[in-house]
Design a protein around this ligand. Structure first.
Ligand code: HEM
Length: 507
């Protein structure tokens, strides 16, 4: 009898809520039908089989948008998941304050957990406030020596190749360099990853996770299946778990070692360090963990979430930015030479830059910014609407997630003259002053902007300046020189290896 009542109760609940849900779904379909689409959606797959993560698809989509002057369009991934793509700075401004989309970021959650990148609400605010001091100017200043030391290792490796007449492969070696940097700066961990070999197992695992996360997100069946089914019953899930094990092993080892060091340091020493503002990022997390008595510190798992988030955000993004930058410098020798002249003017015979030198590298900064305009490492970000809105004259119900197309904004002909041309002088202060601040957002903007942007920008300047001071760069492969395709997989990566011929310069 009780069971009958329970079933009746559940049935009436369904009757109560179903019409509202159906009505919202009908509303969503009606609104989406009014938005431009590149192709009609399949009734079940939507555009899942149509959208490709490749440069050729991105180029096709870009041509379709520019020919038809489209700055907003929609696509479906499956019968229920609708996304609205926004390609204009004013749309960025309208929606950026909305929370991150749980659906889109869920694909990275098994790896990054509810760290700063994924978390929303009061927990995010607490952690952002806790970690902001780790990026204070006083903390960043001495890191310039770390960038220099790590770059010296890269320079020695590249010098050997240059003297042997070999080309160097850029993406993997730069990846190891930025991993070395972030581990030393954020976690005081010396990994020797640059010396170890061709590909670091951690770097490999991260690539595999990014790959599989995108392919799960794009597949309506895998995206809808719960984690247990995905991880234990699908071949893709088995691969994901293997890569996860490797990535988590790496961060757990770092935390364990650092904890042991902190245990050995006396309390007074730690307090003295914090007064000198030289606590690194992991120090701050572990000290917050120590103070957990008042219930507001971080648990061990939360610490791992943040370490995974910072190490990933801190190395892979910067490695991609640097790889694209080196590509453009090698492709345009006259720009490369102008940068080198500026660097040597600032260095005046020294080998390494100081913190105070960075503000003098104005042309080099323009070149870095222009590379991140054409190839922003984080090319799309996704938000969930908290209420229905009207944008660009279109009504968007809150059931649709919005994708802010940073890459599209950066290449929009409505914002940039000759948008596909690499022209660092666009960032000269005289040319940039009247530009809408939301037309250039490689680090996003607003309260959820990139916490590590100054860290990354300083690092990029040191690495580029040191390389240019030592070598001239050249691309021998004419096809790659004409065009190096990108592969949009969580980050905008080069689709092929980039090999540079280096010539050692006299100083
Ligand atoms: C060129 C290098 C970098 C680029 C282009 C970049 C870009 C971005 C962008 C666009 C976001 C917003 C993501 C979103 O809304 O979903 C972001 C967030 C974030 N970035 Fe970066 N980033 C870079 C380097 C770094 C570095 C070096 C660190 C750490 C040392 C870092 C840590 C973070 C964190 C923790 C967040 C989440 C912040 C929050 O939501 O409060 N990033 N980054």
């Amino acid at each position: 009898m009780a069971l009958v009542f329970l079933l009746l109760f559940l049935f009436s609940l369904c009757l109560l809520f179903l019409p509202k849900r159906l009505w919202r779904y009908y509303n969503l379909c009606k609104a989406m039908r009014k938005l431009p689409v590149m192709a009609p959606p399949h009734w079940f797959w939507g555009h899942a089989n149509f959208v490709e993560f490749s440069q050729s698809f991105a180029t096709k989509a870009y041509a379709w948008r520019t020919e038809n002057n489209i700055d907003i369009n929609c696509f479906w991934l499956g019968p229920f998941r609708a996304f609205v793509m926004l390609h204009a700075p004013e749309h960025f401004r309208t929606v950026i304050k909305n929370p991150k989309s749980p659906d889109a970021y869920a694909m990275l959650e098994p790896w990054l957990g509810r760290g700063l990148l994924i978390e929303n609400g009061s927990r995010w605010l607490r952690n952002r406030r806790l970690l902001t001091p780790a990026f204070h100017f006083d903390v960043l200043k001495p890191y310039v020596h770390v960038y220099n030391d790590c770059t010296d290792i890269l320079l020695s490796k590249w010098k050997r190749s240059a003297l042997n007449g070999e080309t160097v492969e850029v993406y993997n070696t730069i990846n190891q360099l930025t991993l070395d940097v972030i581990l030393r700066c954020a976690c005081s961990h010396f990994s020797s990853c640059q010396e170890k070999g061709k590909v670091d197992p951690y770097v490999d695992a991260v690539l595999e996770i990014c790959n599989l996360s995108v392919s799960r997100f794009m597949n309506p069946v895998l995206a809808a299946s719960n984690d247990f089914i995905y991880f234990y019953l699908t071949p893709q899930g088995w691969r994901y778990r293997r890569a996860l094990r490797e990535a988590h092993k790496h961060s757990e080892k770092i935390i364990k070692e650092r904890k042991a060091v902190l245990m050995n340091e006396g309390r007074q020493e730690r307090i003295a360090k914090s007064k000198l503002k030289c606590l690194d990022f992991l120090d701050i997390l572990l000290l917050a963990n120590k103070e957990r008595k008042d219930g507001d510190g971080l648990s061990d798992l939360e610490i791992r979430y943040e370490v995974d988030t910072f190490v990933f955000e801190g190395y892979d993004t910067t490695a991609n930015a640097l790889t694209w930058m080196l590509y453009y410098l090698a492709k345009y020798p006259e720009i490369q030479e102008k940068c080198r002249e500026e660097v040597r003017d600032v260095l005046r015979g020294r080998n390494q830059l100081d913190y105070d030198d960075l503000s003098k590298l104005q042309y080099t900064q323009c070149c870095i910014k222009e590379a991140m305009r054409l190839n922003p490492p984080v090319f799309n970000i996704v938000r969930s609407l908290t209420e229905d809105i009207t944008i660009g004259g279109y009504y968007i119900p809150k059931e649709a997630d919005v994708v802010i197309d940073i890459g599209g904004i950066h290449r929009s002909p409505n914002v940039w003259e000759n948008p596909l041309e690499y022209n660092p002088l666009r960032f000269h202060p005289d040319h940039a002053k009247d530009r809408d601040p939301f037309s250039y957002v490689p680090f996003s903007a607003g309260p959820r902007n990139c916490i590590g942007q100054n860290f990354a920008f300083n690092e990029e300047q040191v690495v580029i300046a040191s390389i240019l001071n030592k070598f001239s760069l050249e691309i021998r492969d004419e096809r790659i020189k004409q065009q190096l395709d990108f592969l949009p997989l969580v980050l905008l990566r080069p689709a092929e290896e980039l090999h540079l011929k280096l010539t050692l310069l006299s100083q």
